[in-house]
Design a protein around this ligand. Structure first.
Ligand code: ATP
Ligand code: SF4
Ligand code: MG
Length: 333
């Protein structure tokens, strides 16, 4: 099967007065049709930058300096501006992190959905676009009386549903969702998440689901990609995200940081330290200052990707040639 999304060796840099900020470095990722892939990493790890790069929405001081991004086999950086306009939203779409600002505050819900149809399907009549708008609202379970509402008249959860409705309006094969539920309270978050799963199952599009909430991502996604300091340090099957399975030390740290209900208490163990400065990245492994397994070799030599049966992991721990050599990190501490 042809992947809906192929990211190859992508590097994105922001020019800044103090030097180039390496926000995304050498990232590789493949998403297959109809699957949900989670993308996690702490704040500043490059998730939104990567999402913007996929949508070819990098602006101002941001540059794709290396790599290729293909959506449905098409190199999106090779498209003309015009081709890109038709491609975006009809083949790939995005639910932005700041969903509240994604809607036009002075336009009714109906007008915003109708405009989406009309700008991409000029041959569609206003009448048909209005009918489709009504269908879409029903699909995301909003009463059609809200077609005439303005965004400020809707609750946060309803606004987010409208944003999702617009993102899937033109039936794209790939929908990027950047923290789609983060701004909402837990109950609303849960209901939107269920709805995203239902829509996905019904319509069959693929989702790149971005979040810093580890448990949320493992629940919704079949595969999970983990970013650290702009690098994709692991790409794993979601179902093996268990403490007893081999993972990147950062992934292990994230798993330990999930609140766990034990018989006596809630155990939360955070990861010590801070991510590195993206202007002055360590020469070796970017995680070495925080890694419990780090050796001198880790601080000098950047690890490469190692393919295990359940995951691809960028860490010297899993390098087959380093076995038995004490200079290299080992699991038994
Ligand atoms: P969050 O979880 O907070 O949304 P993120 O993983 O989406 O974080 P990005 O927004 O992609 O992270 O940012 C990645 C890095 O790029 C951050 O360190 C950020 O400071 C830097 N960055 C983002 N935008 C710019 C910019 N316009 N100029 C310079 N640096 C930037
Ligand atoms: Fe830790 Fe070394 Fe692996 Fe980096 S390469 S994550 S420092 S063990
Ligand atoms: Mg972000």
């Amino acid at each position: 099967v042809q992947p809906v999304l192929e990211i190859e060796d992508v590097t994105v840099v922001y020019d800044s007065p103090s030097g180039p900020v390496q926000a995304v470095s050498d990232v590789n990722l493949t998403v297959y049709p109809g699957t949900i892939v989670g993308l996690i990493g702490e704040s500043g790890s490059g998730k939104s930058t990567l999402a913007n790069a996929i949508m070819r929405l990098l602006r101002g001081n941001a540059r794709l300096t290396k790599g290729q991004i293909r959506v449905m086999g098409t190199d999106i950086y090779a498209l003309s501006k015009r081709e890109l306009r038709t491609f975006r939203w009809s083949r790939m779409s995005m639910v932005f992190q700041s969903a509240m600002t994604a809607l036009n505050p002075v336009m009714t819900v109906e007008k915003q959905i109708v405009d989406t149809f009309r700008s991409h399907r000029p041959q569609m009549s206003v009448k048909e676009a209005k009918e489709r708008a009504r269908d879409l609202l029903r699909l995301v379970r909003i009463d059609e009386k809200h077609l005439r509402s303005f965004p400020h008249e809707l609750s946060g959860g309803m606004r987010q549903r409208v944003v999702i409705a617009i993102a899937i309006a033109l039936e794209p094969q790939l929908v990027i969702m950047d923290e789609p539920t983060t701004a909402l309270d837990v109950v609303v978050q849960r209901s939107i998440l269920n709805q995203i799963q239902e829509l996905q199952a019904e319509r069959g599009f693929a989702i790149l689901f971005i979040s810093h909430d580890f448990s949320l991502v493992t629940e919704i996604a079949s595969r999970v990609a983990i970013m650290y300091a702009g690098r994709m340090v692991e790409n794993t099957e979601a179902k093996v995200l268990l403490p007893e399975v081999d993972h990147h030390p950062y992934t292990e740290g994230l798993m330990r940081a999930i609140p766990r209900l034990t018989y006596e208490d809630v155990v939360i163990e955070g990861i010590q330290g801070h991510p590195p400065d993206l202007i002055d990245l360590p020469s070796g492994c970017a995680y070495s200052p925080r890694c419990p397994y780090a050796t001198a070799a880790c601080m000098e030599i950047r690890p490469t990707l190692h393919r295990l049966s359940h995951a691809t992991i960028e860490c010297h721990l899993y390098s087959p040639t380093k076995e038995g050599d004490s200079e290299w990190p080992a699991k038994q501490l």
